[in-house]
Ligand binder design. Structure first.
Ligand SMILES: [Zn+2]
Ligand SMILES: [Zn+2]
Length: 448
């Protein structure tokens, strides 16, 4: 990894591209590369190419990547057509039904494990009763998890604490055709998410402040609209049925990993390993892996389509330009991480100072972050878009490649946004989020 991070050393400062002699993009804080011929555009991938397995496995990986690349391109074409026809409906094809069927079998297997273990415990011989205990523990691991609404966790905001934020979220939700959220959380991550948790399937919106704070007011509306898009775009991967089936399969995968005993759940693996031969484990392991891969393929299309629909919704609610710049800002995650890293290593001054100076320090932190991101040169932003194109098909594919998302948004003409933020509202948001912002600063600077 270290060698992969220092390719900038290859070209001398001011030197032209070694391949095509065009001038290089050489801000030494970032990767030195050639926008003309893409020399060194993705140094990490180039070093990773050396470690891609050769022979059959390598060919299989290459085939899978090119298949996923083809799907990504096809989904993009379909999304452009859907956008032109203004048909923002999710489509459920054969693959979707196959995925739901596989999920049903997974849940059935959990029911069988539970039932058999209970039966053994109640009516079995001494030997079977002993087996029933790990069986029930296994069933507990495999059970569907509903998640919990933690109203009192440090990141949660109640409606009373943040009326302006909830007000804005409600307006965007209603413009997106989504029901209002029950809970908003403001966390320290560079992302945002929307999900349903708990027995009552409460709708929870999570806004990562490092992302939120670098966005312009209209980009924030685009972000909210994209997240609410997940409530209406038919993304089955996030549903309880499919999501919990995948989690159960991942548990199976973890538990049956032949050499994974030390890192898997405490005790349980040792117990199971006692009576299941290693060979059987391997067969189960490989089968689970295959099923996970099939599920991934079955949901790739609906998942990517859902993301495009969420982006198109953001265009309608917040405008195409705000959605495009939002997507481009989301490519800056690495830089935000680098900034935080630097902050954590920096010596702390005035940690014991009073409330006023702490507030000043917090404000400075976010200003510095914004200034640093503003200083990321155009060539580096362009490089990240190109990397997204090059890595298409090798990413985990939860979202379509960013360059295609941007391209889709750019096909939409300028029109009026359905929701706009006014200045008073933006100022109120600023005040409401002050406490959570301070908590993020504390978590990043008082780390040592
Ligand atoms: Zn070049
Ligand atoms: Zn999304």
């Amino acid at each position: 990894m270290i060698t992969a991070m220092t390719p900038s050393a290859v070209a001398a400062p001011g030197a032209p591209c070694p391949t095509c002699s065009a001038p290089l993009a050489d801000d030494r804080r970032f990767v030195v590369w050639c926008p003309a011929c893409e020399w060194n555009v993705d140094p990490l991938a180039e070093s990773a190419a050396d470690t891609v397995p050769q022979g059959r496995t390598g060919r299989r990986t290459a085939r899978r990547r090119s298949a996923e690349r083809a799907v990504a391109e096809q989904m993009y074409t379909e999304a452009v057509k859907a956008a032109e026809a203004a048909s923002l409906r999710p489509v459920r094809g054969r693959a979707w039904f196959a995925a739901m069927g596989i999920a049903a079998l997974v849940h059935l297997s959990t029911v069988v494990v539970t039932g058999v273990s209970l039966w053994w415990l109640v009516t079995g011989s001494m030997f079977l009763r002993v087996l029933g205990v790990p069986g029930l523990a296994l069933a507990a691991l495999l059970r569907p998890r509903l998640g919990r609404v933690r109203r009192r966790d440090e990141w949660s905001l109640t409606r009373a604490e943040a009326p302006a934020l909830y007000g804005l979220a409600d307006r965007v939700a209603s413009a997106s055709g989504a029901p209002p959220v029950h809970l908003i959380r403001a966390t320290g991550e560079f992302n945002a998410s929307y999900g349903r948790v708990g027995l009552r399937r409460r709708r929870v919106l999570t806004l990562g402040l490092p992302l939120w704070e670098i966005l312009a007011p209209q980009e924030r509306i685009a972000l909210l609209a994209h997240e609410f898009g997940h409530a209406v775009n038919g993304d089955s991967r996030r549903g309880l049925w499919l999501g919990s089936a995948v989690r159960a399969l991942v548990e199976w995968y973890r538990l049956t990993r032949p050499d994974g005993g030390a890192t898997a759940g405490p005790g349980l693996v040792m117990l199971i390993a006692g009576w299941v031969a290693n060979a059987v484990m391997l067969v189960v392991h490989k089968s689970v892996e295959a099923v996970l891969l099939i599920l991934h393929r079955c949901t790739l299309r609906t998942g990517q389509r859902a993301e495009y629909l969420a982006d198109l919704l953001a265009v309608r609610v917040a405008s195409a330009s705000a959605t495009r710049t939002l997507l481009e800002s989301m490519l800056l995650g690495e830089s935000v991480e680098a900034f935080f890293h630097r902050k954590r290593l920096a010596p702390q001054a005035g940690r014991t100072a009073g409330e006023a100076s702490r507030r000043a320090r917090d404000a400075e932190f976010w200003q510095e972050l914004r200034a640093y991101l503003d200083s990321v040169p155009e060539a580096e932003r362009l490089r990240r878009l190109r990397v997204s194109a090059l890595r298409m098909g090798s990413v985990d594919s939860t979202h379509p490649p960013t360059h295609l998302r941007v391209a889709l948004v750019e096909t939409r003409g300028a029109h009026e946004a359905a929701v706009v933020a006014d200045e008073a509202e933006t100022a109120a948001l600023e005040v409401e989020l002050a406490g959570r912002r301070a908590a993020v600063v504390a978590s990043q600077t008082e780390f040592r």
